[in-house]
Design a protein around this ligand. Structure first.
Ligand SMILES: Cc1cc2nc3c(=O)[nH]c(=O)nc-3n(C[C@H](O)[C@H](O)[C@H](O)COP(=O)(O)OP(=O)(O)OC[C@H]3O[C@@H](n4cnc5c(N)ncnc54)[C@H](O)[C@@H]3O)c2cc1C
Ligand code: SF4
Length: 330
Protein backbone atom coordinates (compact mmCIF):
# COMPACT_ATOMS: atom_id res chain seq x y z
CA UNK A 1 0.00 0.00 0.00
CA UNK A 2 1.18 3.49 -0.83
CA UNK A 3 1.06 5.80 2.23
CA UNK A 4 -0.96 9.02 1.97
CA UNK A 5 -1.88 11.88 4.28
CA UNK A 6 -5.46 12.54 5.38
CA UNK A 7 -6.73 16.06 6.05
CA UNK A 8 -10.28 16.89 7.13
CA UNK A 9 -11.23 20.41 6.02
CA UNK A 10 -13.83 22.53 7.82
CA UNK A 11 -14.04 25.39 5.33
CA UNK A 12 -13.63 25.87 1.59
CA UNK A 13 -10.44 27.90 2.14
CA UNK A 14 -9.01 25.22 4.42
CA UNK A 15 -9.72 22.61 1.73
CA UNK A 16 -8.08 24.53 -1.13
CA UNK A 17 -5.11 25.48 1.10
CA UNK A 18 -4.60 21.85 2.17
CA UNK A 19 -4.80 20.76 -1.47
CA UNK A 20 -2.15 23.34 -2.44
CA UNK A 21 0.09 22.25 0.44
CA UNK A 22 0.11 18.62 -0.76
CA UNK A 23 1.16 18.29 -4.42
CA UNK A 24 -0.56 15.17 -5.77
CA UNK A 25 -3.54 15.50 -3.41
CA UNK A 26 -7.16 14.60 -4.22
CA UNK A 27 -10.38 15.86 -2.69
CA UNK A 28 -12.39 13.09 -1.04
CA UNK A 29 -16.20 13.05 -1.26
CA UNK A 30 -18.08 9.85 -0.49
CA UNK A 31 -15.05 7.91 -1.73
CA UNK A 32 -17.20 5.45 -3.70
CA UNK A 33 -15.11 5.95 -6.85
CA UNK A 34 -11.82 7.40 -5.63
CA UNK A 35 -11.16 4.77 -2.96
CA UNK A 36 -11.97 1.94 -5.41
CA UNK A 37 -9.45 3.41 -7.87
CA UNK A 38 -6.86 3.69 -5.08
CA UNK A 39 -7.32 0.01 -4.27
CA UNK A 40 -6.70 -0.79 -7.95
CA UNK A 41 -3.60 1.43 -8.04
CA UNK A 42 -5.14 3.66 -10.71
CA UNK A 43 -5.21 6.65 -8.33
CA UNK A 44 -2.17 7.18 -6.08
CA UNK A 45 -2.79 10.43 -4.20
CA UNK A 46 -0.21 11.77 -1.75
CA UNK A 47 -3.03 13.16 0.41
CA UNK A 48 -6.80 13.01 0.69
CA UNK A 49 -8.50 16.28 1.54
CA UNK A 50 -11.85 15.20 2.99
CA UNK A 51 -14.52 17.72 1.98
CA UNK A 52 -17.55 15.97 3.48
CA UNK A 53 -17.52 18.20 6.61
CA UNK A 54 -17.65 21.42 4.62
CA UNK A 55 -20.84 23.44 5.08
CA UNK A 56 -21.92 22.51 1.55
CA UNK A 57 -24.53 19.86 2.35
CA UNK A 58 -27.56 22.10 1.77
CA UNK A 59 -30.08 22.66 -1.02
CA UNK A 60 -31.13 26.31 -1.00
CA UNK A 61 -33.65 28.43 -2.87
CA UNK A 62 -32.07 31.46 -4.54
CA UNK A 63 -33.93 34.79 -4.82
CA UNK A 64 -34.32 34.48 -8.61
CA UNK A 65 -36.13 31.12 -8.32
CA UNK A 66 -33.05 28.98 -8.99
CA UNK A 67 -32.00 26.11 -6.73
CA UNK A 68 -28.45 25.79 -5.42
CA UNK A 69 -27.22 22.29 -4.50
CA UNK A 70 -24.13 22.15 -2.30
CA UNK A 71 -21.29 19.91 -3.48
CA UNK A 72 -21.53 17.54 -0.53
CA UNK A 73 -25.28 16.93 -0.75
CA UNK A 74 -25.60 13.15 -1.01
CA UNK A 75 -27.20 11.65 -4.11
CA UNK A 76 -30.05 10.09 -2.05
CA UNK A 77 -30.90 13.38 -0.37
CA UNK A 78 -30.87 15.25 -3.67
CA UNK A 79 -33.10 12.69 -5.38
CA UNK A 80 -35.61 12.87 -2.52
CA UNK A 81 -35.61 16.66 -2.10
CA UNK A 82 -39.17 17.97 -2.65
CA UNK A 83 -38.04 20.93 -4.78
CA UNK A 84 -36.04 18.61 -7.05
CA UNK A 85 -38.86 16.09 -7.35
CA UNK A 86 -41.41 18.81 -8.11
CA UNK A 87 -39.44 21.18 -10.33
CA UNK A 88 -36.65 19.09 -11.89
CA UNK A 89 -38.04 15.53 -12.05
CA UNK A 90 -35.45 14.45 -14.64
CA UNK A 91 -32.72 15.02 -12.04
CA UNK A 92 -34.45 12.99 -9.36
CA UNK A 93 -35.14 10.18 -11.86
CA UNK A 94 -31.52 10.18 -13.10
CA UNK A 95 -30.12 9.96 -9.57
CA UNK A 96 -32.45 7.09 -8.67
CA UNK A 97 -31.43 5.26 -11.85
CA UNK A 98 -27.79 5.27 -10.72
CA UNK A 99 -25.86 2.84 -8.53
CA UNK A 100 -27.58 1.37 -5.42
CA UNK A 101 -29.27 2.80 -2.32
CA UNK A 102 -26.13 2.34 -0.22
CA UNK A 103 -23.90 4.00 -2.81
CA UNK A 104 -26.30 6.93 -3.28
CA UNK A 105 -26.30 7.46 0.50
CA UNK A 106 -22.52 7.98 0.36
CA UNK A 107 -21.99 9.59 -3.06
CA UNK A 108 -21.83 13.40 -3.24
CA UNK A 109 -22.91 15.85 -5.94
CA UNK A 110 -19.30 16.97 -6.56
CA UNK A 111 -17.91 13.44 -6.61
CA UNK A 112 -20.63 12.20 -8.95
CA UNK A 113 -19.69 14.85 -11.55
CA UNK A 114 -16.00 13.91 -11.31
CA UNK A 115 -16.31 10.12 -11.24
CA UNK A 116 -13.99 8.48 -13.75
CA UNK A 117 -14.89 6.30 -16.73
CA UNK A 118 -15.76 2.64 -16.19
CA UNK A 119 -13.65 1.54 -19.20
CA UNK A 120 -12.12 -1.76 -18.03
CA UNK A 121 -8.74 -0.93 -19.60
CA UNK A 122 -8.59 2.27 -17.54
CA UNK A 123 -9.06 0.23 -14.38
CA UNK A 124 -6.46 -2.43 -15.25
CA UNK A 125 -2.83 -1.38 -14.77
CA UNK A 126 -1.63 -4.21 -17.02
CA UNK A 127 -3.48 -2.76 -20.06
CA UNK A 128 -2.64 0.19 -22.33
CA UNK A 129 -4.75 3.29 -21.67
CA UNK A 130 -4.08 6.84 -22.85
CA UNK A 131 -6.39 8.25 -20.19
CA UNK A 132 -4.56 6.59 -17.30
CA UNK A 133 -1.08 6.81 -18.84
CA UNK A 134 -0.84 9.15 -21.87
CA UNK A 135 1.03 7.70 -24.82
CA UNK A 136 0.47 4.02 -24.03
CA UNK A 137 -2.37 3.55 -26.53
CA UNK A 138 -6.07 2.76 -26.26
CA UNK A 139 -6.83 -0.87 -25.47
CA UNK A 140 -10.53 -0.44 -26.12
CA UNK A 141 -10.28 0.96 -29.65
CA UNK A 142 -9.78 -2.50 -31.19
CA UNK A 143 -10.58 -4.44 -28.01
CA UNK A 144 -13.68 -4.84 -25.86
CA UNK A 145 -15.74 -1.72 -26.52
CA UNK A 146 -19.40 -2.69 -26.50
CA UNK A 147 -20.11 -0.07 -23.79
CA UNK A 148 -18.00 2.67 -25.35
CA UNK A 149 -18.62 5.91 -27.25
CA UNK A 150 -20.40 6.40 -30.56
CA UNK A 151 -20.21 10.21 -30.59
CA UNK A 152 -17.27 12.62 -30.25
CA UNK A 153 -14.58 9.99 -29.64
CA UNK A 154 -11.00 10.14 -30.93
CA UNK A 155 -8.23 7.70 -31.88
CA UNK A 156 -6.82 8.41 -28.43
CA UNK A 157 -9.86 7.41 -26.37
CA UNK A 158 -13.35 5.99 -26.94
CA UNK A 159 -14.51 6.02 -23.30
CA UNK A 160 -17.87 7.28 -22.07
CA UNK A 161 -18.70 9.34 -19.01
CA UNK A 162 -20.64 7.15 -16.58
CA UNK A 163 -22.74 9.65 -14.59
CA UNK A 164 -26.54 9.58 -14.89
CA UNK A 165 -26.90 12.74 -12.79
CA UNK A 166 -24.68 14.81 -15.09
CA UNK A 167 -26.88 14.00 -18.10
CA UNK A 168 -29.96 15.43 -16.40
CA UNK A 169 -28.01 18.47 -15.19
CA UNK A 170 -26.79 19.14 -18.74
CA UNK A 171 -30.31 19.00 -20.20
CA UNK A 172 -31.63 21.25 -17.42
CA UNK A 173 -29.03 23.98 -18.12
CA UNK A 174 -27.42 23.63 -14.68
CA UNK A 175 -24.08 25.27 -13.88
CA UNK A 176 -21.16 23.95 -11.80
CA UNK A 177 -19.74 26.33 -9.20
CA UNK A 178 -15.99 26.12 -8.61
CA UNK A 179 -13.62 27.68 -6.11
CA UNK A 180 -9.88 27.58 -6.61
CA UNK A 181 -6.58 29.43 -6.28
CA UNK A 182 -7.81 32.00 -8.81
CA UNK A 183 -11.14 32.59 -7.06
CA UNK A 184 -14.68 31.50 -7.84
CA UNK A 185 -16.24 30.83 -11.25
CA UNK A 186 -19.08 28.83 -12.74
CA UNK A 187 -19.32 26.69 -15.88
CA UNK A 188 -22.40 25.21 -17.63
CA UNK A 189 -22.57 21.47 -16.86
CA UNK A 190 -22.97 20.86 -20.60
CA UNK A 191 -19.49 22.39 -21.16
CA UNK A 192 -17.82 21.05 -18.00
CA UNK A 193 -16.84 17.59 -19.31
CA UNK A 194 -14.50 17.43 -22.32
CA UNK A 195 -14.33 15.37 -25.47
CA UNK A 196 -11.12 13.28 -25.48
CA UNK A 197 -9.35 14.76 -28.54
CA UNK A 198 -5.58 14.42 -28.07
CA UNK A 199 -5.83 14.70 -24.27
CA UNK A 200 -8.13 12.03 -22.85
CA UNK A 201 -6.30 12.29 -19.51
CA UNK A 202 -8.32 15.48 -18.93
CA UNK A 203 -11.93 14.57 -18.20
CA UNK A 204 -13.23 18.08 -17.45
CA UNK A 205 -12.47 21.80 -17.62
CA UNK A 206 -11.66 21.93 -13.90
CA UNK A 207 -8.38 23.69 -13.07
CA UNK A 208 -5.77 22.12 -10.76
CA UNK A 209 -6.76 22.61 -7.13
CA UNK A 210 -10.29 23.79 -7.89
CA UNK A 211 -13.03 22.51 -5.61
CA UNK A 212 -16.60 22.00 -6.77
CA UNK A 213 -18.68 23.97 -4.28
CA UNK A 214 -22.11 23.45 -5.80
CA UNK A 215 -24.44 23.14 -8.74
CA UNK A 216 -27.12 25.70 -9.65
CA UNK A 217 -30.36 24.61 -11.31
CA UNK A 218 -31.77 27.66 -13.12
CA UNK A 219 -35.21 29.18 -12.70
CA UNK A 220 -35.64 28.94 -16.49
CA UNK A 221 -36.11 25.15 -16.42
CA UNK A 222 -37.85 24.95 -13.02
CA UNK A 223 -41.26 23.33 -13.26
CA UNK A 224 -41.01 22.47 -16.96
CA UNK A 225 -41.89 18.90 -17.92
CA UNK A 226 -38.67 16.86 -17.80
CA UNK A 227 -37.78 13.17 -17.68
CA UNK A 228 -34.85 10.74 -17.71
CA UNK A 229 -34.74 7.25 -19.16
CA UNK A 230 -31.88 4.77 -19.05
CA UNK A 231 -31.25 1.41 -20.76
CA UNK A 232 -28.91 -1.02 -19.01
CA UNK A 233 -28.01 -4.70 -19.04
CA UNK A 234 -30.03 -5.48 -15.90
CA UNK A 235 -32.84 -3.80 -14.00
CA UNK A 236 -30.69 -2.11 -11.35
CA UNK A 237 -27.17 -1.45 -10.20
CA UNK A 238 -25.70 -1.10 -13.69
CA UNK A 239 -24.26 1.74 -15.71
CA UNK A 240 -26.16 3.00 -18.74
CA UNK A 241 -25.77 1.53 -22.20
CA UNK A 242 -27.60 4.63 -23.39
CA UNK A 243 -29.73 7.21 -21.64
CA UNK A 244 -31.55 10.44 -22.33
CA UNK A 245 -32.71 13.43 -20.31
CA UNK A 246 -35.10 15.93 -21.82
CA UNK A 247 -36.97 19.06 -20.83
CA UNK A 248 -39.65 20.45 -23.10
CA UNK A 249 -41.89 23.50 -23.01
CA UNK A 250 -44.77 24.09 -25.41
CA UNK A 251 -46.37 27.45 -26.18
CA UNK A 252 -49.21 28.08 -28.62
CA UNK A 253 -49.00 24.48 -29.85
CA UNK A 254 -45.32 24.53 -30.76
CA UNK A 255 -42.09 23.70 -28.91
CA UNK A 256 -40.90 26.85 -27.19
CA UNK A 257 -37.89 25.40 -25.36
CA UNK A 258 -36.10 22.06 -25.62
CA UNK A 259 -33.16 20.67 -23.65
CA UNK A 260 -31.99 17.18 -24.61
CA UNK A 261 -28.88 15.31 -23.46
CA UNK A 262 -27.73 11.75 -24.13
CA UNK A 263 -25.74 9.67 -21.64
CA UNK A 264 -23.31 6.80 -22.23
CA UNK A 265 -22.79 7.77 -25.88
CA UNK A 266 -19.76 10.04 -25.46
CA UNK A 267 -16.90 11.19 -23.24
CA UNK A 268 -19.30 13.73 -21.78
CA UNK A 269 -23.05 14.14 -21.43
CA UNK A 270 -23.98 14.82 -25.07
CA UNK A 271 -26.12 17.93 -25.32
CA UNK A 272 -28.22 17.42 -28.46
CA UNK A 273 -28.14 20.99 -29.80
CA UNK A 274 -29.01 20.01 -33.37
CA UNK A 275 -32.11 18.18 -32.22
CA UNK A 276 -33.10 21.06 -29.94
CA UNK A 277 -32.72 23.63 -32.75
CA UNK A 278 -34.83 21.47 -35.06
CA UNK A 279 -37.60 21.15 -32.46
CA UNK A 280 -37.96 24.78 -31.37
CA UNK A 281 -40.85 26.29 -33.33
CA UNK A 282 -42.11 22.89 -34.51
CA UNK A 283 -45.39 21.24 -33.52
CA UNK A 284 -44.78 18.24 -31.23
CA UNK A 285 -45.52 15.51 -33.77
CA UNK A 286 -43.92 12.08 -34.01
CA UNK A 287 -42.43 13.14 -37.35
CA UNK A 288 -40.86 16.25 -35.79
CA UNK A 289 -39.38 14.24 -32.90
CA UNK A 290 -37.99 11.60 -35.30
CA UNK A 291 -36.51 14.25 -37.59
CA UNK A 292 -34.81 16.04 -34.67
CA UNK A 293 -33.38 12.90 -33.05
CA UNK A 294 -32.19 11.49 -36.39
CA UNK A 295 -30.47 14.80 -37.16
CA UNK A 296 -28.51 14.54 -33.92
CA UNK A 297 -27.63 10.86 -34.18
CA UNK A 298 -26.48 11.23 -37.80
CA UNK A 299 -23.15 12.34 -36.28
CA UNK A 300 -22.67 8.93 -34.62
CA UNK A 301 -19.61 6.89 -35.59
CA UNK A 302 -20.07 3.51 -33.92
CA UNK A 303 -17.14 1.23 -33.22
CA UNK A 304 -17.00 -2.39 -34.41
CA UNK A 305 -19.24 -3.73 -31.60
CA UNK A 306 -21.46 -0.91 -30.40
CA UNK A 307 -23.65 0.14 -33.34
CA UNK A 308 -26.63 -1.08 -31.30
CA UNK A 309 -26.36 2.10 -29.20
CA UNK A 310 -27.65 4.37 -31.99
CA UNK A 311 -31.12 2.80 -32.45
CA UNK A 312 -31.30 2.24 -28.68
CA UNK A 313 -30.66 5.93 -27.94
CA UNK A 314 -33.12 6.88 -30.71
CA UNK A 315 -35.91 4.82 -29.17
CA UNK A 316 -35.21 6.17 -25.67
CA UNK A 317 -35.29 9.76 -26.92
CA UNK A 318 -38.52 9.29 -28.87
CA UNK A 319 -40.14 7.67 -25.86
CA UNK A 320 -39.11 10.47 -23.49
CA UNK A 321 -40.11 13.27 -25.89
CA UNK A 322 -43.42 11.56 -26.58
CA UNK A 323 -44.13 11.32 -22.86
CA UNK A 324 -43.27 14.98 -22.23
CA UNK A 325 -45.42 16.22 -25.09
CA UNK A 326 -47.77 13.56 -26.40
CA UNK A 327 -47.67 14.09 -30.17
CA UNK A 328 -50.72 15.95 -31.49
CA UNK A 329 -50.67 14.20 -34.87
CA UNK A 330 -48.55 11.52 -36.42
C1 LIG B 1 -20.97 -0.66 -8.05
C2 LIG B 1 -21.19 0.76 -8.49
C3 LIG B 1 -22.22 1.05 -9.36
C4 LIG B 1 -22.44 2.36 -9.77
N1 LIG B 1 -23.45 2.64 -10.65
C5 LIG B 1 -23.63 3.92 -11.09
C6 LIG B 1 -24.66 4.25 -12.02
O1 LIG B 1 -25.43 3.39 -12.46
N2 LIG B 1 -24.78 5.54 -12.41
C7 LIG B 1 -23.95 6.52 -11.95
O2 LIG B 1 -24.11 7.68 -12.34
N3 LIG B 1 -22.96 6.24 -11.09
C8 LIG B 1 -22.79 4.97 -10.65
N4 LIG B 1 -21.78 4.69 -9.77
C9 LIG B 1 -20.81 5.73 -9.47
C10 LIG B 1 -21.18 6.57 -8.29
O3 LIG B 1 -22.29 7.38 -8.65
C11 LIG B 1 -19.96 7.42 -8.01
O4 LIG B 1 -18.95 6.58 -7.49
C12 LIG B 1 -20.25 8.54 -7.03
O5 LIG B 1 -21.23 9.41 -7.52
C13 LIG B 1 -18.99 9.35 -6.74
O6 LIG B 1 -19.26 10.26 -5.70
P1 LIG B 1 -18.33 10.30 -4.42
O7 LIG B 1 -18.78 11.44 -3.58
O8 LIG B 1 -18.25 8.98 -3.74
O9 LIG B 1 -16.95 10.65 -5.11
P2 LIG B 1 -15.45 10.30 -4.68
O10 LIG B 1 -15.18 8.87 -4.97
O11 LIG B 1 -15.18 10.79 -3.30
O12 LIG B 1 -14.67 11.24 -5.69
C14 LIG B 1 -14.73 11.06 -7.09
C15 LIG B 1 -13.81 12.11 -7.73
O13 LIG B 1 -14.30 13.42 -7.47
C16 LIG B 1 -13.33 14.21 -6.79
N5 LIG B 1 -14.09 15.08 -5.88
C17 LIG B 1 -15.03 14.67 -4.97
N6 LIG B 1 -15.65 15.74 -4.45
C18 LIG B 1 -15.10 16.84 -5.02
C19 LIG B 1 -15.32 18.25 -4.93
N7 LIG B 1 -16.27 18.77 -4.13
N8 LIG B 1 -14.57 19.09 -5.69
C20 LIG B 1 -13.61 18.59 -6.52
N9 LIG B 1 -13.35 17.27 -6.64
C21 LIG B 1 -14.10 16.42 -5.93
C22 LIG B 1 -12.41 13.22 -6.12
O14 LIG B 1 -11.11 13.77 -5.94
C23 LIG B 1 -12.40 12.10 -7.15
O15 LIG B 1 -11.50 12.40 -8.19
C24 LIG B 1 -21.57 3.40 -9.31
C25 LIG B 1 -20.53 3.10 -8.42
C26 LIG B 1 -20.33 1.79 -8.01
C27 LIG B 1 -19.20 1.51 -7.06
S1 SF4 C 1 -11.18 4.14 -24.17
FE1 SF4 C 1 -10.06 5.72 -23.04
S2 SF4 C 1 -10.13 4.97 -20.97
FE2 SF4 C 1 -10.53 3.20 -22.28
S3 SF4 C 1 -8.53 2.27 -22.82
FE3 SF4 C 1 -8.97 3.75 -24.38
S4 SF4 C 1 -7.88 5.56 -23.61
FE4 SF4 C 1 -8.19 4.26 -21.85
Amino acid sequence: MKPFAYVRADSVEEATDAFAAHPGARYLGGGTNLVDLMKLGVETPTALVDVTRLPLDVVEELPDGALRVGATVRNSDLAAHPAVRDRYPALSQALLAGASGQLRNAATTGGNLLQRTRCPYFQDLSKPCNKREPGTGCGALEGVHRDHAVLGHSEQCVATHPSDMAVALAALDARVELHGPEGARSVPVADFHRLPGMHPERDTEIHPGELITGVVLPAATAGLPSAYRKARDRASYAFALASVAAVLHLKDGVVDRAGIAFGALAHRPWRARRAEDALVGAAPTTAAFEHAVDLELAAAEPLRDNAYKVPLARRLALDVLGRLAPPATT
